[in-house]
Design a protein around this ligand. Structure first.
Ligand code: NAD
Ligand code: TYD
Length: 353
């Protein structure tokens, strides 16, 4: 792991990962290839942008010439592939970009690795970062394991499932040294405020409605983003090629519980609303997301037993750190909640943010 190509390193998890790796490893070089879509932000990495072990390249993972050139110029031996269109609601209103980036972009990277490494796979690794959403929706009981059959329900999860199948095919067909992680919902610093937790923090701070889809009883298994980064590094360093590792927080919560706990934390930290009411009074149940998966929950025993990874941060600790980060970084939020976000919000929620 000397010359690492990180794709999507300016997004939420990618930027946490770049910072995490540079703080942990001294002898590797990171090349971050990111298109800087609405979800990518150079401000996420200002603290390390001058690090001699780091290089940023603005570009598209679907651009085969660029990707091939990077493999050659940088002698890439490791790929950590985050770049994707990642928001389910956007995949419902506009699926094309998901097909292009998530499937086409992954294909381009796999082909570039196959051509550059040309059968010489010693010391090479291609880690594909995926999601638990490929497994579909659980009922009240049960957990997703690495052998659960794929059953994606949204254009987002279907595009991620397709990319997972391509990765697996390149391992079986060409012997490409692939690894895969399927992780549950992340939360933490630099999370774009279209996703539930940062959206609720931002709206609750500004006294805006807190939109909860359906009955609010859909369940997600939340993991603090730095724990996900540690899991990815563990898989890179100790994982067995060709294997998939499920990563989760052992922390199932209904959406309504998440929203209520953020309201309570903010009431305590910044005071009640000017009306004297709790922020819980801002909760508004809105029309459900079409095809809304009811419950996700991960069995993470394989990565724990085989690689010794487990979450280090409880949800109670993680959500406090996250709220504190958003309170301390209002200028970051202001910079990402720009014109295009306002337009998206108006379309998605039928009101101004
Ligand atoms: P994100 O949307 O915050 O960031 C995606 C990044 O990819 C952005 O920086 C964007 O500019 C970049 N990008 C998009 N299209 C690109 C292209 N064509 N070429 C180059 N760069 C491009 O996403 P995230 O939440 O950080 O998720 C990262 C990865 O982790 C995704 O593959 C996602 O499926 C997976 N994942 C996310 C979660 C989660 O809870 N957020 C959970 C499990 C897995
Ligand atoms: P999200 O953060 O979009 O992640 P995902 O759909 O990938 O799990 O949503 C998390 C949960 O919160 C999901 O059940 C949908 C719900 N949700 C709301 O209730 N209101 C919202 O405004 C958003 C964005 C999500």
């Amino acid at each position: 792991m000397k010359n690492v190509l990180v794709t999507g390193g300016c997004g939420f998890i990618g930027s946490n990962f770049v910072q995490f790796v540079l703080s942990q490893l001294k002898d590797c070089r990171l090349v971050n290839l990111d298109k800087l879509t609405y979800a990518g932000n150079l401000k996420n990495l200002v603290e390390i942008e001058d690090d001699p072990c780091y290089r940023f390249v603005q570009g598209d993972i679907c651009d085969a010439d660029l990707v091939n050139q990077l493999f050659a110029d940088e002698q890439i031996d490791t790929v950590v592939h985050f770049a994707a269109e990642s928001h389910v609601d956007r995949s419902i209103s506009g699926p094309a970009a998901f097909i292009q980036t998530n499937i086409g972009g992954t294909f381009t990277l796999l082909e570039a690795a196959r051509n550059a490494w040309n059968g010489s796979f010693e010391g090479k690794r291609f880690l594909h970062v995926s999601t638990d959403e490929v497994y579909g929706s659980l009922g009240d009981t049960g957990l997703f394991t690495e052998t659960t059959a794929y059953d994606p329900r949204s254009p987002y999860s279907a595009s991620k499932a397709s990319s997972d199948h391509l990765v697996s095919a390149y391992y079986h067909t060409y012997g490409l040294p692939t690894l895969m992680t399927n992780c549950s919902n992340n939360y933490g610093p630099y999370h774009f405020p279209e996703k539930l937790i940062p959206l609720i923090i931002n709206n609750a701070l500004n006294g805006k409605d807190l939109p909860v889809y359906g009955d609010g009883k859909n369940v997600r298994d939340w993991l603090y983003v730095k724990d996900h980064c540690a899991a990815i590094l563990a898989v890179l360093q100790k994982g067995e090629v060709g294997q998939t590792y499920n990563v989760g927080g052992n922390n199932e919560k209904q959406n309504i519980e998440i929203v209520q706990s953020i309201c309570d934390i903010l009431d305590q930290k910044v005071g009640l609303l000017p009306s004297g009411e709790s922020r819980r009074s801002l909760i508004k149940f809105v029309t459900d997301r079409p095809g809304h998966d009811r419950r996700y929950a991960i069995d993470a025993s394989k990565i724990k037993n085989q690689l010794g990874w487990e979450p280090s941060v409880t949800f109670e600790e993680g959500i406090l750190m996250t709220v504190d980060w958003y309170l301390a970084n209002p200028e970051w939020v202001a910079s990402v909640v720009d014109g295009s976000y306002r337009e998206y919000y108006q379309q998605q929620y039928g009101e101004e943010v």
